[in-house]
Design a protein around this ligand. Structure first.
Ligand code: ZN
Length: 280
């Protein structure tokens, strides 16, 4: 996995500018050919990635819709590749359990643990049945785990659905052991600042903007988006106490990892992953 790491938003944005032309060309080819050949870090071989277009003829999101034969889309392949490069060596928790990504991760790291969010009325740590298996419920705002439990944490596109990102990042920090690693993705547009859509105040949900929802394997109604995180997540990580905070750019047409192809440039998402480590 080729990945460029940035510790500053300015550095990342400068690289976006440099790559813009190449990225535009790569996404045009993907839309035209409806497939792209490349190295899959999950399969560990050169494969064909096929585009599954949205049925209504609207914009097809290249982050989610460019599938390798193994069933992983670009976002998941990026995650597999980065985890392979910085592999867990101790207790490893993923904030997902019922997804194809968890299954592939478990094949490679059999010790991985998973959890899902079942709702506010469920006790953190409680085990519930879903998708035919027992799954642990966790709420990123109040994890049931003691401090310094994990060497490695991963969450994928969860943070934008948590009412308070800063509290969630602090909780991640708390349950990591010294020197431990947090890795996560979330949909980030090319903005510095977060775009807050909804908040919880005194226990009550208040919408600031029109409610937006994302697909959710745990709920057919989707998951409410509290905020569209901006690149300032890097600052949030440092504020949460992390000793290092980096933004990884995994753009690489040879791995079928492109921008998401959104027709509006500010919203045309780069393939980004965040990595942070707890102080030793
Ligand atoms: Zn594959």
């Amino acid at each position: 996995m080729q990945i460029d790491w940035f510790t500053s938003v300015d550095g990342a944005m400068q690289r976006f500018d440099e790559l813009r032309g190449q990225a535009q060309m790569a996404q045009e080819i993907a839309y035209r050919e409806k497939k792209i050949q490349g190295w899959c870090p999950a399969c560990r071989r050169e494969t064909n990635m096929h585009l599954v277009e949205t049925p209504d003829g609207g914009w097809t999101n290249l982050r989610e819709a460019l599938f390798c034969e193994c069933g992983l889309n670009s976002r998941m392949r990026m995650i597999m590749g980065v985890v392979e490069k910085y592999p867990p060596t101790g207790r490893f928790l993923m904030f997902e359990r019922v997804t194809p990504l968890f299954v592939r991760m478990q094949e490679r790291y059999p010790f991985v643990e998973g959890c899902e969010y079942f709702g506010d009325d469920v006790q953190p740590g409680e085990i519930r049945q879903t998708h035919g298996i027992d799954v642990r419920h966790e709420n990123m705002l109040e994890l049931s785990y003691p401090a310094r439990t994990f060497q490695y944490l991963f969450h994928g596109d969860v943070l934008e659905h948590v009412p308070d990102m800063q509290v969630a990042l602090r909780e991640c920090y708390r349950v990591l052991e010294p020197g431990g690693t947090l890795l996560f993705t979330c949909p980030v547009f090319n903005f510095r600042k977060h775009n807050v859509r909804a908040v919880v105040e005194n226990g009550a949900l208040r919408h600031i903007q029109e409610p937006a929802y994302h697909g959710n394997p745990m709920d057919p109604n989707g998951a409410l988006v509290f905020a569209e995180p901006g690149l300032e997540l890097l600052d949030d990580l440092r504020r949460a106490g992390f000793a290092t905070a980096e933004l990884g750019l995994a753009f690489n047409p040879a791995q079928g990892i492109l921008r998401d192809g959104n027709p509006y440039d500010d919203y045309n998402m780069w393939p980004i992953i965040f990595k942070a480590t707890r102080r030793r």
